[in-house]
Design a protein around this ligand. Sequence first.
Ligand code: GLY
Length: 549
Amino acid sequence: MTLRAMGRIIRIWTAFLLFTVGCSAWGADDFPSQGAVVAAQPAAAQAGVAMLEAGGNAFDAAAATALALGVVEPGSSGLGGGGFFLLYIAKQHRFVMIDGRESSPQLAGHGEIYQRKSSIDGPQSAGVPGLLAAVARMQQHYGKLPRADTVAPAIHLATKGFTVTPRLRRMLDWRKDVLNPAAKRLFLSGNRIRQPALAQVLRRYAKFGKDDFYRGQTAGRMVADMQRDGGLIRLEDLAGYRAKERRPVVFHWHGYRVVSAALPSSGGMVLKEIFGMMQHDDLMAMDRADRTHLLIEAMQRAYRDRNRFLGDSDQVTIPSHLLNPIRLAKLRQSIDMAHTTPSAELGKSTEPAGNGRDTTHFSVIDRHGNMVAATLSINYGFGSGYVSPSTGILFNDEMDDFATRPGVPNAYGLVQGKANAVAPGKRMLSSMTPTIIQGKRRTLILGTPGGSRIISMVLLTAVAFMRNQTPPESWVAAGRFHHQFLPDVVQFEPGALDAAMQKELRARGHRLQQVHSYGNMQAILWDRPSGVLTLLSDPRGEGEGVRQQ
Ligand code: GLY
């Protein structure tokens, strides 16, 4: 047997042993010392923790946090949008993803309308909202508290109002021109935002459940507004919408179990492809320049595949060989550690980045070890800019996440394949990547907004967690870099790559582009043997971690 083969066997055995040790440590005896919520706005984190203190579990807390975020961070998520909730149900040792992604209205056909009209601004850019269906499903199937309790904080915040924060002010300045008159009245009338009509919708949800939103009075009002104002969503679309339970993407890497979002989010599959390419790489031993180069090259290849092959798996067939280990090993072999491979040599597909000023993420844990990682969105900042006047609901512009005009970049510069073409009832491909990573001692719950850069942000934080060479706070604070195949450049935040690293990467042929800082990660680190939680809120944002008393 050659030394190389022996080395490989030892590595496989080490990984197996670490994995089995890890499995036994993931037993039901591990409990955090307290529950906690980390969210992009303190009021939303407090709403979640209030549920824990009232005897609710992580799923009640997630329902309350999601609804409250839609009120106090209205430019990023809300009832007019959708998202993904990744749940860990401790008693059952089970992960499940609740898919509340928007779907395409019937009237959008195969996207012909977007030859004439914007898929970003205005009511025609809205997909059928999924957030409330997902929240209702999570709460009904997995929560403990009465529905009304979980809605109460959001109703309170919508009624009493909240003060516009600097982050929201910046987002309003950016998107104010696309807001319709109802949205302008709500969001541009002063320094305090009150949303009485939305409070009424939330009260009706508390009383009647999601049917009011999807089949009842609220549905009728939303559709009447949409019909008058040029939107495409009709009663049949709302009545036909379902939140779906999906099996998350799960994979193992060097003793870690990574659980992440399934299609129609591309997040989990792209992460799996990248880690799969690096299956035999020792990121601990590798020097920083090699590690950075390898991550960039792996991102480039996985984003290429994302755009070419991925879409709503309920409607399109995803090639079965995509994540085959032999294919991933070949992709790894194609990486030259001394030189970058130009994207043009790797084939077609493209996807420039978003700016991170949309979407939101929160992480939750309770005393029993139940966990939620949830990433929610209305897509662009303030979504479509369209508020339905009679309901106060701000609609998403998630239709732009489809390949609405093949060959033409979307808001994130995405030029995607047929797999993600518009079709009635189809869910648009997402990059949202709520993730839970379990190591042999520690668990990390994480996610972030940031458009197409979401996946690379989660990747970099996952690698920092696995390497464990720096304090946890730096995992969410550290400068970020990103490659998404096209444009064929490495985008990086100020300070992410020092002068020496830039020189080294240029020497390997990389084109570098400094961009504004991006992302807003909200994470929880749980040291399982001690029960200690470390709450990690991205210093780029206004978020906060709140602990149960
Ligand atoms: N709307 C951003 C995403 O889902 O990727």
